[in-house]
Structures are given as C-alpha cells and as structure tokens.
Write a protein of this length. Structure first.
Length: 247
C-alpha cells in the first residue's frame, strides 16, 4: 500500500514539473512575439492588446481614440505656443503700405512691431508747386477685429520740407484711425481719417500763413489761433487711402 502511494506522489511531482516547464516556455514565446498592426486594423478591432514585458496592457477602441485625440491636442497646443512666441518677437516690416491723401499725395510707410505695438516710419511728398518732401514717424497698435478687418490707431508726427526757400519747415501731428480690410492673407486696402494739430513758425502775415497751409493740405484748418507774434497753432483734418501688405 505504501509503495503505491509513493509511486503516485512521484507521478504527481513529474506532472507538476512538466506543467511548469511548458508554461514558462509559452510565456517566453509570448514575450518574444511582436504584433504589428496598421491603422486600419486598429480601428477595425474591438480591443488593442499591447505586449510589454513583464506586463500586458489592454486598450479598448474608445480608450485608444481618446489617447490619440489627446496626443493631437498636445501637438496643436505646442504649435499654438510656438506661434504665440513668434508674435512676441521684434518683427521688422510687419506691414508696408503706399497711400494717397490730401496732406501727402504719395506716401510709403513701414513699421517695426512688438506684441501688436508698432513704430511707424513714413516718407512722402506733395505734388503742388512748392513740392515739399515729407518725413516722419509714429506709434500705434494693431487690433484684430475679425479675419478681414483690422483697426490700427496711431499718432504720427510729420515734417514738411519745402523746396522753395520762402517757406519754412513745418510740423503736423496726426491722430489717425486706420481701418484696414484684408482681401486675402497678405493684401488689403486701408482708409485713414485723421485729426491733426500743428504749430506754424515764422508766420509774418495771413498771406504767408495761408501759403504754408496750402503746401500741406488744400483744406484749411477749422481752428487756428496766434500763439505769438509770428507763430500760429491750428487744428484740422486729413484723409488718405492706400493699399498695404501684411506679413
């Protein structure tokens, strides 16, 4: 009787040992097996099993889609942050324009921009008999209203250099509300109504004063007063229209 029990225990021992060896071989084979699934296959199965030593991870299709969307959102967020950082950099010639107006018959402008604020540089001339050359600079801010409409209020100081010696150098300071309409990504049209104020120096008489006004704009100021015996302060309006190129 005892002999049979010993034989049975020996048989059970070898069976257990054989079972463990088989299980270890199967697990080893599973660890060395790589499953390559293309995108179409992934979306056509209910679950995705990813073998990772020593554990396995099972993702449902919903979980996989959620993970994929999160990765896409992270990538979009990174690109947005990069674009925002670019906007904070100092940018030369963000916008350039050419325009025609009552106080500058031909004007070329460009700017240096930082965080939607810009310094504007201007060069132009008038086509009247005195042919003054006009140069100046200003400060402004670009405000995006919609994908097609931009407001860019600014203040610009302009100096008029007449080519005739009988006139003196004069200065106007314009408060402008530039309304820009974009036709596409870069090109558009700009309307620039403005209110100006200026000091007229070396004004010897009303005739001389009217002549100085004429070389700047055909429209007389709606307010003018003498500040001294030969100086006048005046306020008027101006308007120009032009085309612009925006980076």
């Amino acid at each position: 009787m005892m002999k049979k029990i010993y034989q049975l225990l020996i048989v059970l021992f070898f069976l257990t040992l054989s079972s463990n060896i088989s299980a270890q071989k199967a697990d080893h084979q599973n660890k060395d097996t790589l499953y390559v699934l293309d995108t179409d296959t992934i979306f056509n199965v209910d679950t995705l099993k990813v073998r990772k030593d020593p554990n396995s991870i099972t993702l449902s299709k919903i979980q996989y889609d959620s993970l994929l969307n999160q990765l896409k959102n992270n990538e979009t967020s990174k690109r947005t942050n990069i674009d925002e950082k670019k906007e904070t950099h100092l940018t030369f010639f963000t916008e350039s324009s050419i325009s025609y107006g009552d106080y500058q018959h031909l004007c070329v402008q460009s700017d240096i921009e930082y965080k939607s604020n810009y310094i504007l540089f201007s060069l132009g001339m008038n086509f009247n008999p005195s042919n003054p050359i006009i140069g100046g600079f200003g400060l402004g801010r670009r405000i995006i209203i919609s994908p097609h409409i931009i407001l860019s209020p600014d203040i610009i100081s302009l100096w008029y250099y007449p080519l005739q010696s009988k006139y003196k150098i004069q200065n106007n300071n314009h408060l402008r509300l530039n309304v820009e309409y974009k036709f596409n990504k870069h090109w558009g049209i700009k309307l620039s109504p403005s209110i100006y104020f200026g000091w007229r120096n070396s004004v010897e008489s009303n005739t001389a004063y009217n002549g100085i006004i004429h070389i700047i704009s055909p429209y007389k100021p709606f307010y003018a007063t003498e500040t001294s015996s030969n100086s006048t302060f005046d306020i008027g309006f101006g308007f120009s229209i032009g085309i612009f190129y925006l980076e």
